[in-house]
Structure formats: C-alpha cells, structure tokens
Design a protein around this ligand. Structure first.
Ligand SMILES: Cc1cc2nc3c(=O)[nH]c(=O)nc-3n(C[C@H](O)[C@H](O)[C@H](O)COP(=O)(O)OP(=O)(O)OC[C@H]3O[C@@H](n4cnc5c(N)ncnc54)[C@H](O)[C@@H]3O)c2cc1C
Length: 436
C-alpha cells in the first residue's frame, strides 16, 4: 500500500494498512500533500511516535521538488541569518521563528543524513553535489517508508465529511479517513500539473479560514512586444544587464543579472528578484516601468563618442555592433523602443542603452509562476501552525501566506514549516474537529 517516487501508489480498491509500529496511544496523523513540506511533516511526526499516513492526489510524491531540480536544485542559501530572514519581507517575523528551529545549516545537515552532500555556489546558493533532486527524493521517500509512514497516492482530498472524517477521491471511488490530527501541505497554485492546483482554497475559506488571494511570485511580465520583435527575439537571453525600478516613494532599486525575452514580455532570475514589487506596483497603478542598462559598466559619455564616429556606408546595426558592441536582442530592443527618428542620434541611442524604458503591463498568470504569494493568513494560525478555528488541523509550506525570491529560500521555509506543523500534529490533543 505504499507509494514511492515513480511508483503508481494504491490500487483502485485497496484500503490503507501500513506496517507502522506505533504505540497504541499514538496520534493518527494524516498528512495531505507529498511535497517537501508534507514529507518533512511526515518525517518529524513519525519520529515523534505518531502513526503517519500521507496522501497525495498525484501518482508519486514530490513532483514539483523534482522539477525544481531540473536546472539545479537550489536547496538553501549560505548567507548570514539576518540577510536570510530579510528575504521573507513582511513575513520575516513569522518565518524567522521557523528558521530558528530549522535553518540553512540544518537543511544541509538533513540532506547529508540522506546521503546527499551539498556545496555553496559562487552566489551563495546551496546545491546538492550532483545538482539533482531525484537522488535526494528517492532516499527520503525510502527512509520514510522504512520508518513506517504510509503513502496513499492518487488520493485527492475533497474536504471533510459531516462527521469530520477526511474525504478523498481515488481511482476506486470515494474514501473516508479518520485521523486525530491533520497536516495540510497542499502547495500554492503555480505549475498545477505538478499537483498543487489550489483547490484547497474554497475548502478552507468555506470553513471561515482567512486566506490572502493567491498571486504569482517569481513570475514573468507581459510587455506586449511587436510581432516583429517577438518573432525574432523570443527566447533570447539578455546578459549582463541592469534593471532599475523606482517605487512610488521614489526609492530606486538597481540590480545586475540576466533574464530572457519571451513572446509576450520578460522572465528569468533578474525579473523574478524584483517581481513582488513589480507585481504590487502594477496592481496599484495599472502598469509599471523598468529601465534597462544594456551596457553595464560603460560610461554614457564614452558610449556617445563611440556611437558618434563616422558610419560611412555601414548599416546602423553594423555601426552599433562595431562601436558599442550592441547586436542581437539588445539592438532589437533599441529598434523596438526608440522612435525611428532617434535611432541615428548618438546621444539618444547612448541614453537609451543606459536607461531603456520598458512598460510592464501585467504579471504572467499564477500557473506559470515559480511560486505563489498569498495563502492561509498567519493570523489564522497559532505558533504551531495550527488553524486556530480548526483545532487539530495544521498547515505548512507554500500554501501559507509568505513569499520569497528564488535562491533556496522557498524550499527552506517549506521544510522548516513542515517540521513545526508535523511535530505539533504528533503531540496535539485529540479534538472533535478531527476525530469522529
Ligand atoms: C520550475 C520550478 C523550479 C523551482 N526551483 C526551486 C529551487 O531551486 N529552490 C527552491 O527553494 N524552490 C524552488 N521552487 C519552488 C519549490 O519547488 C516550492 O516552493 C515547493 O515545492 C513547495 O513545497 P510544498 O510542499 O509547500 O508544495 P508542493 O511541492 O507544491 O507540494 C504540494 C503537494 O500537495 C499535493 N496536493 C495538492 N492538492 C491536493 C489535494 N487536494 N489532495 C491531495 N494532494 C494534493 C500536490 O499533488 C503536491 O504533491 C521551484 C518551483 C518551480 C515550479
């Protein structure tokens, strides 16, 4: 009855029986959601002696975690604790408490315990030595199964029955499960094909749980390129480039990095890093403008002099390439943004290369985002991450109302919150809300 990475999980008619060696008085903990937060909750609840059964709507656990490993699994970050916690912005107070119990060093130690050594990359990001998620996930699920955690895959949670049993639908039909406590670790709403489709939102809100609207985080933005520009340059990276953005109070942010031109706008690490502020500015003002320095490190005056050199019979593009090193997508941006009559003017072109304005119209949809902002409001939870109005029901991971940039901060907070919720769920008093 146990699922595994890549295994198909429960058959259609089988009802759960797990080889757990729990004490007779052990809490029966149902963990719903087999992403990093749920797996971690299951691990600590089982270690605390609970009988733990884990349910997930997909055929195998940790699908998003596996995809996260595709471009190199960024597990956590090696920067100092204060800088680390500041990444959680308005939620740094709450998330900081979780990280005090399970922070970056603990994540690395935990990975080592699963046979996966980590290294610190040049940017301070921490990765497994082989960069992959699959060996870590395989080893983790194997250890969980060996410890007695029961896996019930292809079980979609539908909410509660009248008698407070948990309702699931699986390939064989509907199934009702009785548990003493529940950990919900259902993820946000990004990349729903990987399992987290946010279908839990109405299930909790109809029970009066306060939920901040789910929004895209670490997302791309639409600009509305001309068809000519999109056809020629979609998929092309811009690097190195500096993005500058000024908030409504006049505070400017400047950051160097890289991003990619898409068919409709921009996406990639540098855009993601600013995406929360850009998203909120668009929500407040209808649109927002960023400025690009396409030639970081080059001085405007020198650039103007270079561009003012005689062009002779060369094309404009060839002239820019020779004297300013501007070609490909960067040249395409000049043609896209500058009025035609300014393209010959070295002063205007140099100024545009140092501060090219791009109007961002809207964030890309949540389904495409790397992560989700919004979720169960912290005010609805106690320090153990139990929903105050639903005693015995705990929450963890990305379904909570916090956000962070990429850099390992997402997984670290998911793992840390899973530990808090799982530990508390294994010890919580039994209540009528969760036991029939
Ligand atoms: C492309 C990509 C790359 C990423 N790279 C990184 C990275 O390198 N570093 C980093 O820190 N973060 C990264 N992230 C983000 C990170 O993967 C997530 O923050 C993390 O997986 C969230 O963990 P979670 O356990 O809260 O939710 P999830 O991993 O989303 O897991 C939720 C689980 O709940 C299950 N579920 C949902 N609803 C139901 C239901 N009704 N019934 C039963 N089961 C249900 C889902 O099937 C899923 O298995 C990346 C994300 C993406 C999309």
């Amino acid at each position: 009855m146990s699922g595994d990475v890549g295994a198909s999980g429960d058959g259609p008619t089988v009802v759960s029986e797990t080889p757990s060696a729990s004490r007779p008085d052990a809490r029966r903990v149902a963990v719903i959601g087999g992403g990093p937060a749920g797996l971690m909750a299951a691990e600590v609840a089982r270690a605390a002696g609970a009988d733990v059964q884990l349910y997930d709507r997909l055929a195998s656990a940790g699908r998003k975690f596996l995809i996260a490993g595709k471009g190199g699994l960024n597990l956590t970050h090696a920067e100092g604790a204060d800088a680390f916690v500041a990444r959680y912005g308005a939620r740094r107070g709450e998330v900081g408490k979780w990280l005090a119990q399970f922070g970056a060093s603990a994540v690395r130690e935990w990975a080592r315990g699963l046979g996966v050594e980590t290294f610190v990359g040049t940017s301070g990001r921490v990765f497994p030595m082989d960069l992959k998620a699959a060996p870590l996930l395989r080893s983790w699920v194997r250890r969980l199964r060996a410890s007695g955690v029961g896996f019930h895959m292809q079980h979609r949670w539908l909410g509660w029955c009248d008698d407070s049993d948990l309702r699931f639908v699986h390939p064989g039909g509907e199934r009702h499960v009785s548990a003493d406590t529940v950990v919900l670790a259902l993820g946000g709403g990004s990349w729903p094909v990987l399992g987290s489709d946010a279908a839990w939102v109405p299930l909790l809100s109809e029970r009066g749980v306060a939920i901040a609207p789910l929004l895209p985080a670490n997302c791309g933005f639409d600009i509305g390129w001309s068809e000519h520009f999109a056809t020629r340059h979609a998929g092309h990276p811009l690097k190195p480039v500096v993005v500058e953005w000024t908030d409504a109070e006049g505070h400017a942010v400047r950051q160097q990095g890289e991003f990619v031109v898409t068919a409709t706008g921009v996406e990639g690490s540098l855009i993601y890093a600013l995406s929360a502020q850009l998203r909120d500015a668009i929500a407040a003002h209808g649109a927002t403008e960023i400025r690009l320095d396409l030639t970081p490190g080059r001085d405007t005056h020198r650039l103007t002099l270079d561009l003012a050199k005689p062009r002779g019979s060369r094309t404009l593009s060839e002239h820019w390439r020779r004297h300013a090193g501007i070609e490909g997508v960067k040249a395409g941006l000049l043609y896209e943004v500058l009025p035609k009559d300014q393209l010959q003017d070295p002063v205007r072109v140099a100024a545009a290369l140092k501060a090219l304005p791009l109007k961002l119209l809207r964030a890309r949809p949540l389904e495409e985002a790397i992560s989700t902002a919004g979720g169960v409001r912290m005010e609805a939870l106690d320090d153990d991450l139990m929903i105050k109005s639903l005693p015995g029901v705990f929450c963890a991971g990305e379904m909570l109302d916090w956000e962070a940039p990429t850099g390992g901060y997402l997984l670290t907070a998911c793992l840390a919150s899973g530990r808090i919720a799982g530990t508390a769920a294994a010890q919580a008093p039994i209540t009528r809300t969760t036991r029939n």
